[in-house]
Write a protein that binds this ligand. Structure first.
Ligand SMILES: [Zn+2]
Length: 154
């Protein structure tokens, strides 16, 4: 990959608001979820007033999944600082990381479970993690879960 190609990709991603849709890892995770019988929506805002689309959402269970690109979201293992305009890029990525956290918090306070998956993660393992979170958010599970935390009502 040449430097100019990379910066081209970056500028295009900036115009799209950093979030590229239907990336390979996303598709792999989605087909695994499908195979396991899970139904979901893609590229949707979990909450209308929060201007952030999640890559995969389970509206009934209130689980939002973001598949984060290693470059854009500052993955500890794969984020490599750009050589050209490094100041611009490090601020940009830092801003993304802050915004991710703010999004998580905003969704959490509205009762949503947020899962962040790195694009480098194994899709099958990621799908299992998502499935566990979805099951944990199902009403019957919640009742059982609460019973183990709280003492019986009587
Ligand atoms: Zn990574």
């Amino acid at each position: 990959m040449t430097e100019s190609w990379a910066s081209n990709e970056r500028s295009r991603a900036v115009m799209r608001g950093n979030r590229s849709r239907d990336t390979k890892p996303e598709l792999a995770i989605r087909s695994q979820l499908h195979r396991d019988g899970f139904r979901f929506r893609v590229n949707r805002r979990p909450v209308p007033e929060i201007q952030r689309s999640a890559d995969i959402i389970f509206p009934r269970e209130r689980v939002a999944v973001f598949v984060d690109g290693c470059f854009w979201h500052g993955c500890q293992h794969h984020y490599v600082a750009a050589k050209a305009n490094s100041d611009y890029w490090s601020k940009k990525i830092e801003g993304n990381v802050h915004r991710d956290r703010a999004t998580n918090d905003a969704l959490n306070v509205r009762g949503w479970e947020v899962l962040r998956i790195w694009e480098h993660e194994d899709p099958e393992r990621a799908a299992r993690r998502i499935e566990m979170a979805v099951r944990a958010m199902r009403p019957d599970h919640t009742r059982r879960g609460k019973a183990s935390v709280r003492p019986p009502a009587h």
